[in-house]
Design a protein around this ligand. Sequence first.
Ligand code: BT5
Length: 239
Amino acid sequence: MHQCTSTNDIVESSARTGAPHGFVSICETQSAGRGRLDRSWTSPVGGVWLSILLRPPGRQSFLDSLPLLGALAISKTVSAQLRLKARVRWPNDVVVDDRKIAGVLAEAKSMGNELAYAILGLGINANFNIDEIRETTNAATLQSLHGAPIDRVALICAVLFETENLYELLCTGKVEKIISLVREFECSRGRNVKVKLPSRELLGTVDDYETLGRVCILTPHESHSIDTSTVLSVEYQSN
Ligand code: BT5
């Protein structure tokens, strides 16, 4: 598709009319791309903006696992294909040298306690000039880091392949295996962060991943187990 509001919207309307598990929407540009908590996501022509429909077996914890899973799929792919040191930055970013090259947005439709379906949206800054997202500080594009336009078709195929493999691990209960891959590809542990939650703010250090949706933050006197889905924002600070 050339243009849409958001690929998550396309997948959502397709899901409502019966699109199958694995349905993917890819768009050249989005007029209303969004991030977490309705923050806006700038989506110029040349990026990779895609969403995947997942008809998962069940629970809310499944949805909470998706942001890290998507970020891991992108980090692994970019590291392998472009030989860039792409790292998962909790909760839902992919960065190279701490500059954001991709973000992940997981949304879901619930029926009671069960998930009817989930939508995994992946946005990757591929081939456009960084000036097009000038308002966004500390972002980068793969084109600028790689020194030349990248092969978007190859990137998309590999990201979908990685996502499918990780999803398979999630569905077969091999969460520990995914967490150990996250540890291999992440850059958040040991860093100082300011985490905004609905009722308080924590200044501490990212300690470790308890599950894919729960992270332990150490403050001077306590250890806090944080449900990632409740996090309003995370600011990384120099250590
Ligand atoms: C994210 O949210 O990082 C999730 C982004 C998900 C985008 C994909 S594209 C396909 C699918 N369809 C959609 O509509 N969305 C998904 P968050 O962590 O809330 O980060 C949002 C913040 O990132 C914004 O407030 C900006 O500061 C910054 N930002 C906006 N556009 C950016 C870009 N292209 N590159 C890097 N940072 C950006």
